[in-house]
Write a protein that binds this ligand. Structure first.
Ligand code: ADP
Length: 233
């Protein structure tokens, strides 16, 4: 469960996030949608505990800056930042040690295999393409078997196989009760599996909808998005 309550993030006087409150339940995939500059990445970084903010954020009941929260939270940033001088496999080892994981090797093998990084396992982070770095980020975040995961524009830069695998992983996460937030402006990429959507504009949530409600209205995600973001245009 991810619980965000009155999240406000200012850069100087500018409010990049203005009093956001929302919940993502166990086994729910929530999409944070919105045009460029709406405040999606800022919200994700606040939830990940990387920025100072006012308000409260809890991950499965733990304050998001606590060690208990960090132990169960996965974050895949928009711009991957692997360690330049660690190999793909050493990234797995590093995470396993940092999080004191046990019996992680088989899981790491499987993740690397699903992301088609097997033949790159001995390559350094700096030797990998942006897409491959993105794949390492995904493997690192999922190795810890997080109870909540934040994906910031995860599909940008991934090849079709990795996109297919990631979608399969998302549905597995939903099945095992993980709370997922995906920020994206590529709505067609999440159309098959989203459960809840928050449409952001100018730092605020302009609309929050459950999939059932949108389907009952006969709209799709894209139509809903434009009806909110281009209202009055
Ligand atoms: P999105 O992810 O929806 O594209 P962001 O959260 O990246 O939006 O940005 C929201 C707003 O905050 C934008 O107007 C952006 O220019 C501003 N912003 C983001 N990061 C900073 C920063 N470090 N300093 C000042 N303003 C920032």
């Amino acid at each position: 469960m991810i619980n965000v309550s009155h999240l406000t993030k200012k850069y100087g006087r500018f409010k990049a996030n203005d009093n956001l409150s929302f919940t993502v339940s166990d086994g729910e995939i929530a999409v944070l949608a919105g045009p460029n500059g709406a405040g999606k990445s800022t919200a994700i970084k606040c939830i990940a505990g990387l920025l100072r903010f006012s308000g409260e954020i809890e991950i499965c009941g733990h304050n998001n800056k606590s060690a208990d929260a960090k132990r169960i939270l996965g974050y895949i940033p928009e711009i991957p930042a692997p360690f330049e001088l660690l190999t793909v496999w050493e990234h797995m080892e590093f995470i396993a040690r940092a999080y004191r994981l046990e019996n992680w090797e088989e899981r790491a093998e499987k993740l690397i295999n699903r992301m088609e990084l097997d033949d790159k396992r001995n390559k350094f982070g700096k030797e990998l393409s942006k897409g491959m770095q993105q794949k390492i980020s995904i493997c690192c975040a999922l190795l810890i078997q997080p109870k909540a995961v934040l994906f910031d524009e995860p599909f940008v830069g991934l090849d079709p196989h990795a996109i297919k695998e990631l979608k399969a992983m998302l549905s597995e996460m939903r099945g095992n009760g993980t709370s997922v937030i995906i920020s994206t402006h590529m709505l067609e990429s999440v159309e098959e599996f989203w459960d809840k959507v928050f449409i952001m504009m100018n730092g605020r949530i302009e609309a929050e909808r459950d999939r059932k409600i949108v389907e009952q209205s006969g709209e799709n995600l894209e139509e809903l998005f434009f009806s909110i973001t281009e209202k009055g245009k």
